[in-house]
Design a protein around this ligand. Structure first.
Ligand code: THG
Length: 288
């Protein structure tokens, strides 16, 4: 069993610690035109009101980090990502998770960021390792490593573990320590493969046992195409926390999800005297 590693990410004014002894760190997913049509439409019109609202609301609901994605087809992604990040940083103080597949956008984003960012993401493809890891090292950031490589997304937990091992090793070669690599086992859609959830959960267990690194996941991918997704997502997120996931990328505005995370932390002994649970309960009472 590997030692539990701690990942630190920060903004100019806040530091977030990610570790299996700490409460689960929620990375708010909502600032993402790829996943959300309304955000896409607003950004296409140069309207950042929704970005501001999603930033403020997610932090109020319990996000400790905000994922920021500006993937608008046809747009100048480096410029747009910078603009979206500046907008978010004007209205919140939390650290950011820079979500882009464009190396130029990543470089631009890192160069304006104050603090230790979380880069989303690198994967096991040679091209990705060669372009992303040096940028992560240069800026002293942390990075999410996706369990996929030039052959695609492996079908078995063992093969996904092997991709995680490769990413951690290659990160080490450029001077990025394992605590700065957060592994994403990749949650695929259960609608396409009924084993998708189990494979992700088993991958988490293997990765934690072998490397002790922190683990993230776009946990809501699992329920695409299913009705009543929030119930699936909340059950799955609690199971993934038990398996060792420490920082899910999810939507904290969904009551079922945030309560599942808080309940899982309570059950895992990460909420002394249930203070966080009670505080969240009071907040819901007040809002009702
Ligand atoms: N791993 C990592 N990063 C990721 C993902 C992952 N980043 C993107 C994605 N997956 C996680 N982010 C989102 C963002 C928004 C939504 C889902 C995942 C979302 N989807 C609406 C839905 O599911 O109903 C779309 C509806 C709409 O169009 O508004 O909100 O796996 N490392």
């Amino acid at each position: 069993m590997a030692e539990n590693l701690t990942t630190i990410v920060s903004s100019a004014t806040q530091t977030v610690e990610i570790n299996r002894d700490c409460p689960t760190v929620i990375i708010g997913e909502r600032i993402n035109p790829t996943g959300r049509k309304a955000v896409l439409a607003a950004l296409k019109e140069g309207n950042f009101d929704m970005v501001r609202k999603d930033a403020v609301d997610q932090v109020a609901a319990g996000a400790a980090i905000l994922d920021v994605n500006a993937g608008v087809p046809g747009a100048d992604e480096p410029a747009l990502l910078e603009q979206v990040m500046r907008t978010v940083m004007e209205v919140t103080d939390v650290p950011l998770c820079i979500d882009t597949a464009d190396p130029a956008a990543l470089a631009a984003a890192l160069s304006i960021y104050e603090g230790k960012a979380l880069v989303n993401s690198v994967n096991g493809e040679e091209r990705s390792l060669d372009t992303v890891l040096p940028l992560v090292k240069e800026h002293g950031a942390a990075v999410i490593g996706l369990c996929m490589d030039d052959d695609g997304i492996p079908e078995t937990p063992e093969k996904r573990l092997a991709v995680a091992a490769k990413i951690i090793e290659r990160a080490g070669k450029v001077g990025i320590p394992p605590e700065d690599v957060i592994v994403d086992p990749l949650a695929l859609t259960m609608g396409a493969d009924s084993n998708a959830g189990r494979i992700a959960l088993e991958t988490i267990e293997l990765v934690v046992k072998e490397f002790g690194v922190n683990v993230t996941m776009g946990a809501s991918n699992i329920s695409f195409g299913m009705p009543d997704r929030k119930y699936i997502n909340s059950a799955f997120i609690a199971m993934a926390i038990y398996a060792g996931m420490t920082c899910p990328i999810t939507n904290p505005l969904v009551t079922e999800i945030i309560t599942a995370v808080l309940a899982a932390d309570l059950a895992m002994g990460r909420d002394d005297y249930g203070m966080r649970w009670i505080e969240a309960y009071r907040k819901r009472q007040k809002a009702a």
